[in-house]
Write a protein that binds this ligand. Sequence first.
Ligand code: ADP
Length: 232
Amino acid sequence: MAERPSPNHGYPGRLLVFEGLDGSGKSTQASLLGKWLASKGYRVFFTEWNSSVLVASTIRRGKKKGLLTPTTFSLLHAVDFADRFDRQILPPLRAGYLVVCDRYSYTAFARDAARGCDPAWVRTIYSFAPRPDRVFYFQVPVQVTLKRKVASRLKISYYEAGMDLGLSEEVRESYERFQGRLKREYDRLAETDRFTVIDAARSVEEIQRDVRRSLAPVLENFPTGAQLLHDR
Ligand code: ADP
């Protein structure tokens, strides 16, 4: 079975993207799916949006001193993503891997729009990022993410709460407002960019079952490592 180029981006690999609010459970699901795919013999590469060395210290310093405007914040993250795309996403995609991405350009579309940047401008900046084969959107009410954060004793960060936008003096209230904005952006993107919407307020097992089921058409005729070796 040979690798057929993806109709979305033309590379032999497949790009599987996980998006959603912080605390929606996307990392949990991406990691479970990655392990399951590997156990089935697929060649899998997992990548998450962590700041690259290229801009991490600039972003950190800018955040600490409150120097970043929505535009500079957006541009720095775009540099960060371009670096991740060229170094981590593109090589395995070219080599025919299933590339599992915990966050992709849609994170920036939602976040930058929620911060007041022009959505069309943001799209132009990220025009180098090809359309994924599947975008899973883990849709969940903001209150559920808050409950999970409390249950896991995870701290709400200043920027996660959108405190820099002056929505409220109170962290929790600012978090609810800012994350509410993000959710509205994600819900809009789900329509325009045809996300696979997953009800993420359920158990880890139920969600994972849904993810695997809805991935079946992407995996159809996609070769495992053993099938590729056999053909060569
Ligand atoms: P994200 O990557 O979207 O921020 P995580 O996968 O890191 O989310 O999950 C955030 C927290 O919620 C973790 O403590 C995780 O164990 C917990 N969690 C993840 N999925 C679920 C779920 N379906 N139900 C309850 N808690 C969950």
